[in-house]
Design a protein around this ligand. Structure first.
Ligand SMILES: *Cc1c(COP(=O)(O)O)cnc(C)c1O
Length: 386
């Protein structure tokens, strides 16, 4: 058996919607993008959605909209996809790290004070794996530690539909950023969106994504070509019809895996408090290498030999990436040196304790019963009792 970890779920509905756009001959800035934005905003529970062509573009637009620019610092977690900090540096700003919570793997409000400086302009909690960062606690703590209002931009690129105390991610901070890359909960091929209740942020992002342009002739500010095309929005509309169903299946699959793996003593399963709805971008497990008697690398290799593909990304905290330590982009290098920031000297205990031992098991919404049985049997067979 060969079990893929993730799969975009697309078919006749997406094809029909894309065909409609092609027949219309209208590929940019048309009614499909507008309709997609309306539906996505309603689904998240915000007033505005600004669709763009990637999650990274969404992050950069949102950061620019809250006036993050050269020399500013932005608090980020060390466990996330690189683009969270790439967007910060695209704005000429400097990433400063805050450790994660051992329970949710997301940024921990308790670490904010240590990361705070007078240069901090924004904080970017990431809803990692579909789990939820406590955005309200982080925003409050940033305000307290900074002695001023600090913008909170949620990176919700792995958490479509996740919620805390009934509030959907992307609707809690000043703005939220989504990605619709092929392997996320829902896709537009490539794509992203900024969600917000703030009119000024939404207007800024609309201008930013389209050459800084107002009307046809006036360029009001520095902008980019970050628009989502009608073709991508058409795929997104078809996906909006299914996202609740896809998420329900993801959650059911992960809850069943959680029950069936509960008796394996070398696995730590997701911990989810009652006030959180976790939509499981990953079915994440922590491997206890000592109890297993094997390294995580060896486990992954053996799972692969048995046909079970797993996720194992971000094997090191982001502050160890070569780009930060040997190859800082020019727009930030001088300020980083001047302020005596040294990424290679950072070591954060919570992220270091888990980072290389986190795996994502296959949890596609179309995972079959036979595939699940096989995953459980294979994992049990690889353990010391197996
Ligand atoms: C996927 C992802 C992004 C970036 O999205 P793209 O659409 O690939 O640019 C940003 N942050 C996180 C946490 C992600 O997982």
């Amino acid at each position: 058996m060969k079990i893929k970890v993730a799969d975009p779920i697309t078919g006749a509905d997406e094809i029909a919607r894309v065909a409609e756009v092609i027949r219309s001959g209208n590929f940019v800035s048309g009614k499909t993008v507008v309709e997609f934005e309306r539906r996505f905003a309603d689904w998240v529970g915000v007033r505005h959605c600004v669709a763009v062509n990637s999650g990274t573009a969404a992050l950069q637009a949102a950061l620019a909209a809250v006036d993050v620019g050269p020399g500013d610092e932005v608090i980020v977690p060390p466990l996330t996809f690189f683009s969270t900090i790439m967007a910060v540096m695209q704005q000429g700003a400097i990433p400063v790290f805050c450790d994660i919570s051992r329970d949710t793997y997301c940024m921990d409000a308790a670490g904010i004070a240590a990361a705070m400086t007078p240069n901090v302009k924004a904080v970017v909690p990431v809803h990692y794996f579909g789990h939820v960062a406590d955005v309200r606690a982080i925003a409050l703590e940033a305000k307290r530690a900074g002695g001023r209002k600090i913008a909170t931009i949620e990176d919700a690129a792995q958490a479509h539909g996740s919620a805390i105390n009934g509030e959907t991610v992307g609707a809690i901070g000043d703005a939220g950023c989504y990605s619709f890359f092929a392997t996320k909960h829902m896709t537009t091929g490539e794509g992203g969106a900024v969600t917000t209740n703030d009119d000024a942020i939404a207007n800024y992002c609309r201008t930013f994504r389209s050459h800084g342009m107002h009307g046809r002739n006036d360029h009001l500010m520095m902008g980019y070509n970050y628009r989502m095309s009608e073709l991508n929005a058409a795929i997104g509309l078809a996906q909006m019809d299914k996202i609740e169903d896809l998420n329900a299946r993801r959650i059911a699959i992960c809850q069943e895996l959680t029950r069936r793996l509960a008796d394996i003593d070398w696995i730590t399963l997701p911990k989810i408090p009652n006030n959180i709805r976790h939509t499981y971008f990953w079915m994440h497990i922590e491997v206890d290498e000592e109890k297993l008697g094997m390294s995580t690398q060896d486990l992954i290799r053996k799972l692969g030999e048995n046909g079970v593909e797993v996720r194992h990304r971000y094997v090191e905290p982001l502050y160890k990436q070569p780009v930060l330590n040997e190859n800082l982009p020019r727009q930030v290098r001088d300020v980083v040196t001047e302020r005596g920031i040294s990424y290679k000297d950072i070591s954060m205990p919570n992220v270091e304790a888990v980072v290389s031992r986190l795996l994502g098991l296959p949890n596609r919404p179309n995972l079959s019963t036979e595939e699940m049985d096989y995953i459980v049997k294979t994992l049990k067979g690889l353990g010391p009792q197996g």
